[in-house]
Design a protein around this ligand. Sequence first.
Ligand SMILES: [Fe+2]
Length: 296
Amino acid sequence: MSWQIKQLAGSLGAEIQGPNLSSPNDDDISKIKSLLLEHKVLFFPGQSISQEQHVSLGEHFGQIEDHPNLKNPFTDYPGIFELAATHGGVADEWHTDITFDPSPSIMSVLHMVKCPEVGGDTMWCSLAQAYDELSEPMQEMCQSLSALHDALPHNRPDKMTIHPVVRVHPETGAKALYVNEHFTRRIVELNATESDALLNYLTSWVKNPRFTVRYSWTPGTVAMWDNRCTQHFVLNDFSGERIIQRVTIMGDEVKAAREPRWAPYVRPGSLSATSRHDRQLALYLKQKSDLKQKSA
Ligand SMILES: [Fe+2]
């Protein structure tokens, strides 16, 4: 049976009818891989997969990883992470998954187990389109910057890493704007107020409706997204239960469009009350240099 592929929005997203994801063959997987590079997020409604089949589907795309910070409320099935609305599992801030990690996951395979009749849609945005539509001077500047991310939303502000503000997709070569309101705290090379202004601008810019797709779920739908060039957001506008199970594929090295052109911002003079905004960055840089000295 041939597949029906319906593009859902101008920037990203396609709905696929046809494949049976409980037992995909090699041709199916290579077709899905190229569709994912093209559309960035894919939806397969009407699937029926067990937890075991879910994990083996994910294994076709790479090594499965557990969530670094969060525990599963219901399932102990290895490799499956479950989010349930009644356990606070609604990610209603725009984010790319796990960017506080040095190697954030490359993609996720989600199975919608239970969803409300109305509400609880998920939105994705294309970070490639968001980058492409910046003006050239803004692109130039962003390519030369890096940003500090942390796991504060998971109560782990001590988990920090630095990523380029613009990353290059390892397979397509496309550049993507890689900051998000959930995990990104600070532009490393700018002072605190400049960083706030630019981060506010960029994290709002990526939400431009023209860069997004919105999906209304039905139970059984499987979705896959490329976590290297998208963000997502769940609409917290429903009552009742919404349960998703997710398999996450281990990440790769985040490749910068360019090396940072400037050194990290260091506040001149001694620390004062106003320098509290620089404390986290100063702490991270100190930890890094202590580690370097230890390993030297
Ligand atoms: Fe997420």
